[in-house]
Design a protein around this ligand. Structure first.
Ligand code: ZN
Length: 71
């Protein structure tokens, strides 16, 4: 099982890695995709930077998993 980035189609073994990639890339197309899923890229980034753990990554990873069959 592999997970694709819904924007640039790069693949990883875990959805969490895709989430990390999306935050790490953070360019316009990746931000726009997150926002189009009813999330706020900026809010997730702020939450990740200001709270312990990796809740933002997990939230985004779940959305990425749901999007896989549409890719
Ligand atoms: Zn990507």
């Amino acid at each position: 099982m592999s997970f694709k980035c819904p924007v640039c189609k790069k693949e990883w073994n875990a959805s969490l890695q895709v989430a990390r990639h999306m935050f790490g890339t953070g360019d316009k197309p990746h931000k726009a995709w997150v926002d189009s899923q009813g999330l706020s890229f900026i809010d997730l980034m702020i939450e990740q930077a200001t709270t312990p753990g990796n809740k933002s990554y997990v939230t985004l990873a779940e959305i990425i998993e749901k999007a896989q069959d549409k890719l």
